[in-house]
Design a protein around this ligand. Structure first.
Ligand code: GTP
Length: 332
C-alpha cells in the first residue's frame, strides 16, 4: 500500500470514528433534553463528515492537504466556544477525540501546536468554571492523552524515516543505493526537461578491482570503497548526489552541470583519487565515464548506459582517465 493510500484510509477511518463518537453524544444529549449540546454535537459531526468527504476528494495528494488544518481548527474553535458559552456538563471530555484526531491527521508539529493551543485555552476556562481540584483532574487526563498520542506518533514517524533511509542507502558505504538512483535520475531528467537546465552524470569504476581484491581481500576492498565514498562526498557540491553500485563502482548525478562542468569535476575526482594515499591499498586509480543530457534523452537507462560505456572506454585507454560521451540530440 502506498503512503498516500495509507493516509487516505487512516484519515477517513479517524474522521469516521470521531463522527460516530460525536453522533452518540448528540443522541444522548437529545434524549436528556440538552438541546444546545445536541446542536453543538450535530455541528461537529457535520465538520467530521466534511473531513471524510475532503479525505476522499484529496485521495491523490494526501501528503499536502491543507484543508485538514482548516477542518480541525474549526472543530477545536467550535468546542472551545461551546465550553465558554454553554457551561455544559462534561463538554471538556469532548476534547478527547479531537486531540487524537489532530495528531493522527496533521503533521506532528502542526497537530501538537493546535492541540496545545486548544488545551491552554481550555485550561483557562476550566479553572474559571470549576473548582481547582476538578479542573486539575480533568486537565491532567487530557494532557496525559495528548502526551501518549504524541509519543506514539513521534515513534511511528521515526521508525518510518529509519525504514526509508535503510531502503535507499547502501549498507557498506552509506551512499545512496542503485534502487534510489533510477528514481532520482528520472526526477532530475524531468526537471531538466521542464526548466531547460543542463544535467550531467558520471559513472566511476575503480581500476584493477580484481587485483586489489586478490592482494587485500574483500575487507580491504570494502575499506577502500568506504574511504572513497567519504572522499567523494568531500569533493562534490551540495545538490550533487552519489550512489554506490555493485561493490566497486559509483554513479554521480550532477544537476545544473553542462559538458564543460562535468569534464572539470570528473578530472578533479580522477586527479585527487590518484594522488591520495588510501588506507591498506595505498595508491589506486579510477576510470570515469561522463555524459550530459541531450534534448533527445528522456529516459534513465539511455543516460546510464552511455555513462557506463564511456567508463569502459576510459578503462580501455589504460584506466586513470576520463572519457566523455556526447548526449543524443534531436532536431526541434
Ligand atoms: N556539479 C558539479 N559541478 C562542478 C563541481 N565542481 C566544478 N563543477 C563544474 O565545473 C565548473 C567550473 O568549476 P571550477 O573550476 O571549480 O570553477 P568555479 O568558477 O569555482 O565553479 P563554481 O562552483 O560554479 O563557482 C563549474 O561551473 C561547474 O559546472 C562540483 O563539485 N559539482
Amino acid at each position: 500500500m502506498t503512503e498516500t493510500r495509507l493516509r487516505t484510509w487512516t484519515h477517513g477511518i479517524g474522521y469516521l470514528l470521531a463522527t460516530l463518537f460525536i453522533a452518540a453524544l448528540a443522541v444522548q444529549n437529545l434524549r436528556y433534553g440538552f438541546y444546545d449540546l445536541f446542536y453543538l454535537a450535530a455541528g461537529m459531526a457535520v465538520l467530521t463528515l466534511a473531513g471524510i468527504a475532503y479525505t476522499v476528494a484529496c485521495r491523490r495528494h494526501q501528503l499536502s492537504a491543507p484543508g485538514h488544518l482548516v477542518i480541525l481548527t474549526g472543530l477545536s474553535s467550535g468546542l472551545l466556544t461551546a465550553q465558554i458559552t454553554m457551561h455544559g456538563p462534561g463538554i471538556s471530555h469532548w476534547t478527547m477525540p479531537l486531540l487524537v484526531l489532530n495528531l493522527l491527521i496533521l503533521p506532528l508539529r502542526q497537530g501538537l501546536a493546535l492541540s496545545c493551543l486548544l488545551l491552554a485555552a481550555l485550561a483557562v476556562t476550566l479553572f474559571l468554571q470549576l473548582d481547582s481540584t476538578d479542573a486539575l483532574i480533568t486537565l491532567s487526563g487530557l494532557i496525559a492523552l495528548l502526551a501518549v498520542t504524541a509519543l506514539y506518533t513521534w515513534h511511528y514517524d521515526h521508525m518510518a524515516q529509519s525504514a526509508e533511509d535503510l531502503a535507499i542507502t547502501d549498507p557498506v558505504t552509506g551512499a545512496h543505493n542503485a534502487r534510489f538512483l533510477d528514481e532520482t535520475l528520472q526526477k532530475e531528467i524531468s526537471r531538466s526537461i521542464a526548466t531547460g537546465h543542463p544535467l550531467s552524470v558520471i559513472h566511476l569504476g575503480i581500476d584493477y578491482v580484481e587485483e586489489v581484491k586478490g592482494l587485500h581481500g574483500e575487507p580491504g576492498l570494502q575499506g577502500l570503497v568506504q574511504a572513497m565514498t567519504r572522499h567523494l562526498f568531500g569533493v562534490i557540491r551540495a545538490g550533487d548526489t552519489l550512489y554506490a553500485l555493485g561493490g566497486s563502482e559509483f554513479f554521480l548525478i550532477l544537476p545544473f552541470t553542462p559538458e564543460e562542468g562535468v569534464r572539470v569535476i570528473a578530472e578533479r575526482i580522477r586527479r585527487t583519487i590518484a594522488e591520495h594515499d588510501w588506507p591498506v591499498v595505498n595508491k589506486v586509480s579510477v576510470s570515469l565515464g561522463c555524459t550530459t543530457r541531450g534534448n533527445g534523452d528522456t529516459r534513465t537507462d539511455t543516460l546510464r548506459k552511455r555513462a557506463l560505456q564511456a567508463m569502459l572506454e576510459a578503462r580501455k585507454h589504460g584506466g586513470n582517465s576520463v572519457w566523455f560521451s556526447p548526449g543524443a540530440s534531436v532536431e526541434a
